[in-house]
Design a protein. Sequence first.
Length: 111
Amino acid sequence: MDSEKRSFKCRQCGTCCRWTGHVLLEPADIARLAAAAKLTEEAFIARYTALAANRRQLSLADAPDGSCVLLESGRCALYDARPAQCRDFPHGWRVAEGCPALDELNKTSSV
Ligand code: SF4
């Protein structure tokens, strides 16, 4: 997975932003996202987060259709400030297939 992570290049297609699951937020994520959204951390938390299933952390909220609340016109509205969990993709994610960049990488590395 390490070499996979090194050569992985997200295409910003927005597919993973529609998958079921939670994007957990660390304090540094909230500070970076709030600054990028030009909001106070309190305002960002109120508008874009929810209590995570682990009840110890915040996660990005879901839009009404179940996609990530930050998905806008098919891509992340705050991509440059995206949470560490999204930056680390595919490392630590349980992904079988569906990400075009990862599918391509898997195809070329299995040849
Ligand atoms: S599915 Fe893959 S290529 Fe598309 S936005 Fe997510 S990580 Fe990037």
